[in-house]
Design a protein around this ligand. Sequence first.
Ligand code: SF4
Length: 110
Amino acid sequence: MLKVGMIRCQQTESMCPGTSDFKVASKGLGAFEETGPVEIIGFNSCGGCPGKNAVPRAKEMVRRGAESIVFVSCMGRGTPIGYACPHFESIKEAVTRAVGPEIRIFDYSH
Ligand code: SF4
């Protein structure tokens, strides 16, 4: 089972408990239809705008066993409030570079 570390938008964590992310991970739905169910080894936020804590947090999740980093849908798709992260591409690029090519990156969860 693929081990994933999830990164979310800090702006939405005050109201969204990430229910859909846990559901698609455990059932192999959404972004995980190809991999099947995945094991969440960490669920953390970007640290707040402009998201500079995403890099050290992603690296720490990899150190703790994550084989993949998942940017959950509040970041790239703006769910559930309909406002995507304006820094998403920069964050994704920085994290992808920091964790290296062996770590699979998902840019949404559901
Ligand atoms: S940087 Fe993006 S993902 Fe992070 S809190 Fe701000 S809007 Fe949300």
